[in-house]
Design a protein around this ligand. Structure first.
Ligand SMILES: [Zn+2]
Length: 685
């Protein structure tokens, strides 16, 4: 499993369910129109006291005045920024589609990719044709060998049958890339959707059955047959789900690392021949690999015997249409949205085609489009300012470690070493991905998406057995997000997040430290959260803590787990403290470290007291953080996030950490007994 810890999953629904990795979308001017002051008091709800509910105090007005547009599951300043970024990508794409760029150039490829996506007339005329070949392969399956060959063929183009195979950095040897098989094969967002027994989950499964039935009918099956097929798929997926680890278990690196010889993996799955599979999918032959979830593969092997061939065909067909629907003619696009957009996220309208197509190019050709984006929109001055903040934050954590009373000198020394070894990536990659071998044309949108996915799969598999490439990026440059990767011990900030409500070179530093500074701190402290702390400075899964310190640290984490277990999302649904532990430790750590760095940065400088909004510099810091987290969410989407996302909901990401902070209490004069002053406050960093 690639363990990148991101800042946020804003737009997760659009992103994951609609199958693109980047998916906030956009065109608003909200971030630009913010007063030079850094914050517009019209966004506040002044009838709410800061010590009662700080999130509402800062954002109540904004939330009231910015209802969620019909096309979105959630709406906040981050989404508005994304709309603007997407409008910029759109400009680039429209221009590229109109010019006759040199054949084979990146400009030709992004232009044609976009144009093919916009050509709905051609897409509608083709109907199911783009997946004809795959459907025929499925229909021709007749034995274990053809079942395996077809799985490989489908996985290569992004169809998630049975499980996932790809490269990963070896947890035990951070210099090497290994092959890894992971649990998968589901059509719903998470294994819990299949196993939960509450009314809401049952209702979603019922709607999933209806959705699958409609899709089978659209593919030409009779109603009765389609309904039976949907039941068959749910049965197979439920068996796979029951054998899968849940999302809390998946956060534990020890639980997902089972390096074994291919011969041993073969004993685990006698019905599935790994050597044949590697050949079929175009991977180098392996002697050993990580079987991330052995119990899952054991169960899958059992199903290979117990499930009849006709049922496998049905399941494969479903997975294929589930992956391809949004690339096909309008009825498929509509029905796909009916379920993933309406049912799972509560969205009522589809985003305009040009937005979906802009996101699709960013997803398919991330570094070709990204290169064009930064050339036009990323000022080098922003990079220098952010770099300075990063260095100040690293220094602040270093300082913090020195004064940490619960950590022994031994562990502290190791932590300092890890901090020294941090790698930084800001803006965009030094070395761009080479797309020269990828063919993109205007003939078929689905053809382009499949080829781009195959290209990406081949690129990924080619890394297996080689040395780790430290120059690689895991996000496209326009992405409004950031991540820490414990395996490379690096923090990464794409150009997209270095703007607007996160970072504005024209406003006072107090707001910037509160916003982007806390994001930077968040990513840095991921290196020391319940998961990141298990990796050494070189990215090996290796303990560097003394037993006593680890116990101390664990107890402090428990405090966070308890606090977040207490937050209610809706009646009967609470945050899952264990699921959000790492992100919440990072939120509290990020704010703490950034506040310290901010204090350090203003040492000896005259501050000038309150700003025109009446906020002191310390208050501005906290307002800057809370404003960045403002968000309206549909209840369906809030439920989806609470069930699957390791980040707490935005209001808890503000009120949770701040109610633990003495600096916050002091800044707003909160008293013990106030809701924003937590009894038995959690303190880690
Ligand atoms: Zn995070």
């Amino acid at each position: 499993m690639i363990l990148r810890r991101v800042w946020a999953v804003m737009g997760l629904g659009v992103a994951i369910l609609a199958g693109t990795t980047l998916a906030f979308a956009g065109g608003g001017q909200g971030a630009d129109s913010q007063a030079k002051l850094g914050f517009d008091v019209a966004n506040m709800n002044k009838t709410c006291k800061p010590c009662d509910d700080f999130y509402k105090y800062v954002n109540g007005g904004w939330m009231k005045n910015n209802p969620i547009p019909a096309q979105y599951p959630a709406w906040g300043p981050g989404q508005i920024m994304f709309e603007r970024t997407e409008a910029r990508l759109h400009d680039i794409l429209e221009a590229a589609a109109k010019t006759s760029a040199a054949a084979g150039s990146n400009e030709q490829k992004v232009g044609d990719y976009y144009a093919s996506c916009m050509d709905t007339k051609a897409i509608d005329a083709k109907g199911l044709k783009p997946i004809d070949g795959d459907l025929q392969s499925i229909a021709a399956m007749h034995d274990g060998a053809s079942l395996l060959e077809t799985a490989a063929r489908l996985q290569v183009n992004g169809t998630g049958v049975l499980f996932a195979y790809g490269s990963d950095q070896d947890f035990a040897d951070s210099t090497q890339v290994i092959g890894e098989v992971r649990q998968g094969g589901l059509g719903l967002p998470d294994r819990d959707y299949y196993t939960r027994d509450d009314d809401k989950s049952k209702e979603i499964r019922k709607q999933y059955i209806e959705h699958m039935t409609k899709m089978f009918v659209l593919m030409g099956d009779a109603q009765d047959k389609a309904a039976a097929e949907a039941q068959t798929v749910l049965g197979i997926e439920t068996s796979l789900a029951k054998a899968s680890l849940n999302n809390v278990e998946l956060r534990d690196p020890q639980k997902i690392y089972h390096m074994m010889s291919v011969a041993d993996a073969q004993k685990l799955t006698p019905k599935w021949n790994w050597d044949t599979y590697f050949r079929a999918i175009g991977s180098a032959e392996l002697s050993k690999m990580n079987v991330a979830q052995p119990e899952f593969f054991k169960a899958m092997d059992g199903l290979l015997t117990s499930v009849p061939m006709e049922d496998w065909k049905t399941y494969y067909r479903w997975q294929l249409i589930h992956r391809s629907a949004r690339l096909l003619s309008d009825p498929f696009v509509q029905e796909n949205f009916n379920f993933t957009g309406r049912v799972l996220e509560g969205t009522t309208e589809m985003r305009p085609r040009w937005r979906r197509c802009s996101a699709a190019v960013d997803d398919g050709l991330p570094e070709a489009l990204g290169q064009m984006y930064v050339a036009k929109y990323f000022p080098p001055a922003a990079k220098a300012r952010v770099l300075e903040m990063v260095h100040n934050l690293l220094a602040a954590l270093h300082e913090d470690l020195k004064g940490l009373e619960w950590m022994s000198p031994e562990t502290r020394k190791a932590a300092e070493e890890k901090l020294q070894a941090f790698a930084l990536k800001i803006g965009y990659p030094d070395k761009w991905r080479d797309y020269s071998k990828l063919k993109i044309d205007r003939d078929s949108y689905a053809g382009n998406v499949f080829r781009a996915t195959e290209f990406e799969t081949a690129r990924d598999l080619a890394k297996i057995g080689k040395a780790v490439d430290h120059a690689e990026w895991g996000m496209s440059p326009p992405t409004i997000n950031a991540y820490y990767n414990p395996q490379l011990n690096e923090i990464v900030f794409p150009a997209g997040i270095l703007q607007g409500v996160f970072f504005d070179p024209d406003r006072s530093d107090s707001y910037n430290y509160g916003a982007i500074g806390s994001v930077i701190g968040h990513e840095i402290t991921h290196g020391f959260d319940d998961e990141g702390a298990q990796f050494d400075p070189k990215g090996n899964l290796k303990n560097w803590w003394t037993e006593k310190d680890l116990k101390n640290f664990g107890e402090r984490g428990e405090c966070i787990v308890k606090q977040f277990d207490g937050f209610e999302v809706e009646k009967g649904l609470h945050e899952n403290g264990k699921l959000v532990e790492g992100e919440s430790i990072a939120d509290l750590g990020g704010l703490t470290i950034s506040f310290a760095a901010f204090q350090k940065s203003i040492e000896g400088k005259p501050l000038g007291g309150k700003d025109a909004n009446g906020f002191t510099p310390d208050q501005q810091f906290f307002v800057g953080y809370a404003a960045m987290a403002a968000m309206n969410l549909r209840p369906e989407y809030a439920r989806l996030l609470a069930n699957t996302d390791p980040h707490p909901l935005p209001e808890f990401r503000v009120n949770g950490p701040m109610s633990n902070m003495e600096a916050f209490r002091k800044a707003f004069g909160c008293k013990s007994g106030d809701a924003m002053v937590r009894e038995g406050a959690c303190k880690i960093w």
